[in-house]
Structure formats: C-alpha cells, structure tokens
Ligand binder design. Sequence first.
Ligand code: NAD
Length: 361
Amino acid sequence: MEAHIIVLPGDGIGPEVTEAALAVLNAIGAKFGHTFNTAEHLIGGIAIDETGTSLPDDTLAACLASDAVLLGAVGGYKWDDPSAKVRPEQGLLAIRKEMGLFANLRPVTIHPDLADASPLKQEKLEGVDLLVIRELTGGIYFGDRERWEEDGEAWAKDTMIYSASEVRRIADIAFKAAQGRRGKLSSIDKANVLDASRLWRTAVLEVAEDYPDVELEHVLVDAATMHLLNRPASFDVMVAGNMFGDIITDEASMLPGSMGNLPSASLGESLNRFGLPRGLYEPIHGSAPDIAGQGIANPIGTIMSLGMMLRHSFGMEAEAAAIEAAVDATISQGTRTGDIARGTQQAVNTQEMTAAIIANL
Ligand code: NAD
C-alpha cells in the first residue's frame, strides 16, 4: 500500500517526537512492504513566526488532500501573551474544525511495570483498558455565548447545544468501537438536570437498537468522575459530549501517571483514498517547552498515535499491533525516558527510546 501522510511537527518537543514516529513509520514500511510518502507543513507558533498565521492555507490544503495527518504539539512561552491576536492553539482548533474531526478517541492502558507511577493504588489499576470518545465539534464550546451588564452586574452565558444527528454520529462511532473491544459502552451525560443531556440519552438509545450485542449503560458525569477513580477497570468504551468529554479524557489520562505515553486520534466523516477516515493523530501532551530542544522527550505517545493512524486511516491492523507490541516489550525491558523512569532506573533519550522500539518491531 502507498499512503500520503502530512506531518505537522509544530512547536517545542513536537519536532522531536514526530521525528521519532517517522523513524518507526520507515521501519514499518520496510517490514511490511508499504510506501509512506510524508510531507512536513507548518502549524502553531512556528507558523505564526514564519507566516503570521497559526494555520497557513497551504498546510490546510495539504491536510485536506492527505490520507492522514500526524501532529506533534503547538504552543510555548514565546506565544503565551493572552492578549495576542494570533495564538498557536487557534491553529489546532481550526484544523480540527476544517477537517470536520468530530470524534476524539483516547485509549488509556497501563503497562503493569509503570503502575507505580499512577496516583491510584495498584489493585485499582488491574485490567484498566479503556477508550474515551469525546464529541469534538459541538456542545457548549461551540454554542452561542454572550456577556452583558445589567443592573450594575456583569453577566455571562454559554449554551450547550446538540442536534440529535450530532449525537447519533458520535454514538455510532462509540458502539462500533465497543463491538471491536469488550462490548460495553458507557454513555456519559447529565440527564437528571440538562435538556441537552436528555436529548443525548434519547439519541444514544436510538442508535443502541442497531447494536444489540453492545451492553449500554448511562452514567451521570459526576458519578463517572468518581467511578474513574474508584473502579476504572469497569469501563470499556466511554462516550461523552464536548465539555464532559474534555473533563473525562483528562482525568482518565492521569490514571497511568504520565501523559508521555498516551496517544489520540481525531476522526470525522471525511474519508481518504482508502475509504477510511482522514484522521488527525497526536499525542495527548503539549509542547513541553520546559524540556524542548534537549532530545529527552518521551516519543511513545506520538509513536502510539502513529499506530492508531495505521489502524483507523489505513486499515493496517497487524502493523498497528506490531507497534503496540514493540512499545510494550520496550517498557518491559526497562527502557525509560526521564518522565517514566523511577528510582535507580537510568533514563534514555528520545533517539535511544525510538531505536529500542524499532529493534522490538
Ligand atoms: P505539556 O503537556 O506540554 O507539559 C506538561 C508537563 O509534562 C511538562 O513538565 C512536560 O515537560 C511534561 N511532558 C509532556 N510531554 C512530555 C513528553 N512527551 N516527554 C516527557 N515529558 C513530557 O503541558 P503544558 O506545560 O501545560 O503546556 C505547554 C504548552 O503546550 C502550552 O503552550 C500549551 O498551550 C501547549 N499545549 C498544546 C497541546 C497540543 O498541542 N495538543 C496540548 C496541551 C498543551
């Protein structure tokens, strides 16, 4: 197979971790006989410096014409001024919107050898293997908002708004994901209070009729945040609207204790030349400006994001599984970057970690 991938290294450690992922991609290409054509484009702070905008037109055009996009991270001290008109994060929001990426997938697993890095007790972590699916382009983050003054008081209003079809399309992705896993779906809402959540629940139930083999439960968001701490292994797939998903994904990403290992995929309705989603794949961490340029970033989150790309955008299950197994083996062998090294463990740098993963492929 020949696939065309746009790489957006971005800022901070972004270029370091995408370079690592590309080395793994080359190794996969050689091992499995695929040709991966890659082209780098600007996004984020570096794009602001070079073009004045955080998402240049040619970057967007290249992404829309690609089979999939790999992103490092955006942002950094240099562009932190909150009053600045152009900000790196705008590029990220814009590319998600322009590519119609309404579903954000974040799998969370915990390698047993890394369990001691978790803030939770070891016994709670056994069997944790969950996938959070967050609706990304609707809900309260995109509803009407207003600020006004009345009777000498300042007021503000945000609107949580969903259409049934918006809920059905994300629910459909979540049910399919559950079918491919342990067959359980937890839909997160606040249906005891919010109308938008009652609509969410009704639409999820409609979609459930097409998936009788999936066990569906509805969990109120406040209870879900408790259960994630108390019995995280009871979840398989969780699906939530934009704001609840934002909170749940961040909470879930803390279960392994370090963000450096965790990948994500953002998918939409737009399909690539293989009839599969033209997704955007990125580690969940940011640009880590505190360690940028030192060559010590953990590349695993980006390498695992690449694995998700191979699975979701190219249908390469064996290749994705090979990456996951290689990362698992590397951690089992005790190879650690600084963020996941503990006690007397000697930390390796980004290149050494990448080479160890490639050697395990
Ligand atoms: P961060 O994720 O960049 O860093 C948090 C901490 O984790 C830092 O100490 C960092 O050194 C460490 N860390 C993160 N990834 C690591 C890795 N792969 N290896 C080793 N250590 C790692 O979050 P932050 O410090 O809140 O944000 C820094 C910048 O990143 C900000 O400008 C923020 O806006 C931006 N950001 C971007 C994204 C994105 O591009 N998707 C996401 C979050 C934050």
